[in-house]
Design a protein around this ligand. Sequence first.
Ligand code: CP
Length: 321
Amino acid sequence: MTNFLSLADVTDLDALIQSGRDAKANPFADQHLGKNKTIGLLFFNSSLRTRLSTQKAAQNLGMQTMVMNVGQDSWGLEMEEGVLMNGDKAEHVREAAAVIGRYCDIIGIRAFAGLQDRMSDYQEQVMHQFAKYAKVPIVNLESATRHPLQSLADCITIEEAKLTARPKVVLTWLPHFKPLPQAVANSFSEWMNARANAGKVDFVITNPEGYDLAPEFVGNARIIHNRDEAFAGADFIYGKNWSSYEQYGQVLTQDPSWAVTMDDMQRTNNGKFMHCLPVRRNLKVSDAVLDSPQSLVIEQAANREWSAQAVLKEILTGFNV
Ligand code: CP
């Protein structure tokens, strides 16, 4: 593995999931791999889990870590080529990425969608500009369209908690008053479709009309707009809000009946509730669900450490062959 930008960078998903589970069982077994290596973590947006879990994973592997909030701790970065830089961006990504690449052996980047221009967001300019100019491996810490470290942690969590060989996994849209990116939902769909194609899950998406994800992320998943029908017999309910892809970045409804309650969970096969966090209690999901034994959200967040460790281990192993 060179970069970890999306599922396309994974050659063996089963092996990567197992690597995460091995790291969880024995966190310090590969400390030698990261000796004298440094990871730089660049955040264009806020984070709790990604920021801490990726640092912890790197430290478990013996790496040094540096963290920077881009635009707050550093100069604002210009991503466009050939522009007259007479605005508020004082440094171009060409120099910034090249310089950071001299200090760091791996760079992790978080840069959310702007939700103004679909084509621009879906081109993933920040990730590709850094990959082009840094000349070291780039790890996606949540980009405009994907959150693959989250998706890997989700796969690990489902593997740990499943009670049947091919569980029914339902991605359900949740209400929110703010327009949020599609990245987590896109990525979860992408990874669940891969698991479905391997016969490991039955994957269903349920969302209100107008909220279908981009076709390349929906893939072969069944979209069932009738939420009760979708929830019936589910082993895992994965909740997430996202803004409309079709009417890009817009909030089309805040229908509170899409929030997950214990009544909804009763329709499942004693299913587990998952959410990537942060979550707004009682807006998206009830206290009762989050505080019930059916909630996996804390274990899911804990598994972020092991998903990051599996990815960093694979990149570091490539340095040492
Ligand atoms: N799930 C997730 O990425 O959490 P943070 O935004 O806190 O990093």
